[in-house]
Design a protein around this ligand. Structure first.
Ligand SMILES: Cc1ncc(COP(=O)(O)O)c(C=O)c1O
Length: 440
């Protein structure tokens, strides 16, 4: 591999979710990756503590996935799925549905988590209309939720900076409070004890808006992008019961918790909930080819099937929904997950992982540590004058020391590929401990 590649001109690429000026003054660039490591343009190996962006669950450049993609490009590079089809899409959908929790018999393909969310929100509104409940149009999200960056997902999402520049957003959206409560739950291991009653926020919003106006509630089982906010014990089941009582569809946004992150195929399995729609992306192709998949229960799907046979049942889809190369990547990914037992591996590693994450307690400025499955997070006491800076500095220092972590606000999240070994977990925390010991 040529690791000598030097960046030439960094100006043309306007990077997403990046401080462009700062990055381009001091870039961090990868030129290769294998299994648990990235390789930088100056030839250093960096341990991937974040599975790329929470997507490379099986580790990097896995042969079966790469071979499936290469073979597909040579055989059928593109075929649409509007009023036509190709066999790979049906094969991938069947394989995915086989893996899904009880009752999910259909999958709708998209190209990203954001598109999966838009698809699910549109489905929810159209579902109620198809059932004769055309007034059920409101969407309920949660503060600090992240559901991607398109208008629907941004609107149900609850991260201030992601919303404030973009106008009035989608109408008819309201939010529950988030469940993060350091005062009561700091240093929890797994699901925190306190806060199940926050699910009653949905009842409050029903009282305010009336159930006859509410189509769906969307939550991440674990709110990862906003800093790993783990649901309190009983919260999700309570939310599910309230949604069910009021004929409000429950959408579980499993773009991160899908495909083994918690030690079960889906987060819904882990928490014992049964939503109506599950949104996924990322791990569906191990991050290799953009793809999203929206899983739907039969009652949702079947509500769309009542029109004349010749008529389109859902006026929605993307040119690349079920792209053959993405489908091949998904099949190669599911094979890899199955052969290596990766969808349950986080459960085996979780106790060891938990010990190592919580051993960071006491290092400078840490006010909370939390973990679930193969996810960990460290929260720092913000510097009041410069919020976010403490975690950012530690992210940069970790990268320089050979470890990739993910920073959001004053929180650092860890979510390594599920193939990580115990000795690599040790390496990860040895590097991270050194970085956190220094007081910047
Ligand atoms: C829960 C959740 N939903 C949606 C998204 C958006 O996915 P994408 O960046 O693929 O559009 C993400 C991305 O991190 C996510 O975590």
């Amino acid at each position: 591999m040529n690791v000598q590649i030097k960046p030439n001109d960094l100006a043309a690429f306007w990077m997403p979710f990046t401080a462009n000026k700062q990055f381009k003054a001091n870039p961090r660039l990868f030129v290769g990756a294998k299994d648990m490591h990235y390789i930088t343009n100056d030839g250093r190996r960096v341990l991937d503590g974040t599975s790329g962006l929470w997507c490379v669950n099986a580790g990097h450049c896995r042969p079966k996935i790469a071979e499936a993609i290469k073979a597909q490009v040579d055989t059928l590079d593109f075929a649409g799925t509007f009023q036509m089809g190709h066999t790979r899409a049906f094969e991938a959908a069947t394989r995915l549905v086989d893996l899904a929790p009880e009752g999910f018999n259909q999958v709708f393909f998209t190209n990203s988590g954001s598109e999966s969310v838009e698809t699910a929100l549109k489905m929810a509104i159209a579902y109620h209309r198809a059932k004769g409940n055309a007034s059920k149009v409101r969407l309920i999200g949660r503060e600090r939720g992240y559901h991607g960056v398109n208008f629907g997902g941004m609107s149900v999402g609850g991260i201030g900076p992601n919303r404030k520049m973009f106008g009035a957003l989608v109408a008819g959206v309201d939010h529950m409070r988030n469940t993060h409560d350091i005062a009561r739950n700091a240093f929890s291991r797994g699901e925190p004890e306190h806060g199940a009653e926050l699910a009653d926020d949905l009842e409050r919003l029903v009282a305010l808006h009336d159930a006859s106006t509410i189509a769906a509630v969307i939550v991440e089982p674990v709110a990862c992008s906003a800093g790993v906010l783990i649901p309190p014990k009983g919260y999700l089941k309570r939310l599910e019961a309230i949604a069910r009582k009021h004929d409000i569809l429950l959408i579980a946004d499993e773009v991160i918790t899908g495909f083994g992150r918690l030690g079960t195929s889906f987060g819904s399995d882990y928490f014992g909930i049964s939503p109506d729609i599950i949104t996924t992306a990322k791990g569906v192709t191990n991050g290799t080819v953009p793809m999203g998949a929206v899983f739907v229960k039969s009652h949702v799907h079947d509500a769309f099937m009542n029109g004349p046979d010749w008529m389109i049942d859902f006026f929605h889809g993307y040119t690349y929904s079920g792209h053959p190369v993405a489908c091949a990547a998904a099949i190669g990914t599911l094979d890899t997950y199955a052969e290596e037992g990766l969808l349950t591996r986080a459960a085996e590693l979780a106790p060891y992982w938990e010990e190592r994450v919580h051993a960071l307690k006491g290092l400078p400025h840490i006010i909370d540590i939390r973990n679930i499955g193969l996810i960990g997070a460290v929260e720092f006491n913000p510097d009041p004058a410069q919020p976010g800076k403490r975690a950012y500095e530690r992210f940069v220092k970790a990268f320089e020391a050979g470890l990739l972590v993910r920073q959001t606000g004053d929180i650092i999240a860890l979510s390594p590929p599920l193939v990580i070994s115990k000795s690599e977990i040790d390496q990860l925390f040895d590097i991270f401990t050194k970085v956190l010991k220094a007081d910047y």
